[in-house]
Write a protein of this length. Sequence first.
Length: 438
Amino acid sequence: MSTPQQQPWPAPIAQAPVEATVLIPGSKSETNRALVLAALATGPSVITDGLDSRDTRLMRDALRALGVGITEAGNQWTVQPPSTLSAGGTVDCGLAGTVMRFVPPIAALVNGSVSFDGDEQAYARPMDVMLAALDQLGVTVEDQATSLPFTLTGTGRPAGGVVTIDASSSSQFVSGLLLAGAKYAEGIDIRHDGEPIPSLPHIEMTVAMLRARGVQVDDSEPDRWVVAPGPIRPLDVSIEPDLSNAAPFLAAAAVTGGTVTIPHWPTRTLQPGDHLRGILEQFGAEVRLTEAGLTVHGTDQLHHVDLDLREASELTPVVAAVAALANTTSHIRGVGHIRGHETDRLAALEFELNSLGGHVVQTDDGLTIHPRLMYSGEWRTYADHRLAQAGAVLGLVIDDIVLDDVSCVDKTMPEFVTLWQQMLAGSERRSGVAEARE
Ligand SMILES: O=C(O)C1=C[C@@H](OP(=O)(O)O)[C@@H](O)[C@H](O)C1
Ligand SMILES: C=C(OP(=O)(O)O)C(=O)O
């Protein structure tokens, strides 16, 4: 299906330490969960400050293809669930994990067929676990497909009950089944059997958002989630800023010795991006959470780190970029599954950092990063928004880094380039660099 046009981008160097306050748009993970739950609810819900990006547009269009009414008026979207979900549609998943893992369990509620496709690159992302789970639930998966594209045929109301899966390749398999499970006749009893599940905070976010809508979820046993059948209450919600998308901006403060504030940083949140506070401290930055938001102040020290990022694996590319600029060798562990993210992120980071002069080695479950003097060159982004963010961070302090394609930021933050440029322009004005150049 259609993919965005490639757009090369010379990543701007920081002429001065960055000094900026950056407003970060809404959380992808929260927005797409809020949309799905609103679509399955017993009445209309209003979502305020939802993220408007490719992944959430794909989700809105996917739900519309199933007959859900969604009207958008500025920063408020009203979601009107249909009395019955409709069959016959095609869902474009793009490269969005949340669309390809959250929508099929809803399609299981349709009496008839729904087809799923996506970017060619999405065909490589793990789907086998979800398709096998749906098969256990009585949904027909045409041609026994194990990845995108595929067609599902449901009978209207799956029985539900016990489903045993190995979710070690993505927490989204558990979240997807949880989100729809209350609508199955017997609810759902998900049991994980395998290596540890990554990104557990994202599953906790799913559970919390279900409970906020009156759904009973028992997660008292490790690796087991039991959802009672029942209605999902409509709920009007405001979406938090996307804390993972704050990563490159906060990293900019750390690597340039500047100061960046992100307003509206929640004091309590289930977003794994909140781990950035501890991570940046370990790199040697000063981190303060006040009423003004989260402020990161870079010091003249960039320490190496030894981090298990299993819970917050989507931070790996930006963390790896910072680590490549640190004083000595860093280790990132617990993220073997990100080989199945937008691209094989471990291979991509190893290759790209090494091609700029770094010395990075993949391990079974992460990266060993030996900082070296790095030099100008092309940074390939592999259609991965977080690779683009990592390249932008490096470009702040290494001359002439050119991203082969920055359009991929549309996935979760279409305004990335504008916000990045504003951050740098404001910093130059404050430091007087801009005037000195004129
Ligand atoms: O449920 C979610 O919203 C997400 C779960 C995580 O997926 P994995 O468990 O596949 O890492 C995360 O990396 C992704 O960006 C968003
Ligand atoms: C892994 C990510 O996305 P997705 O939701 O497509 O899995 C990500 O945003 O880093």
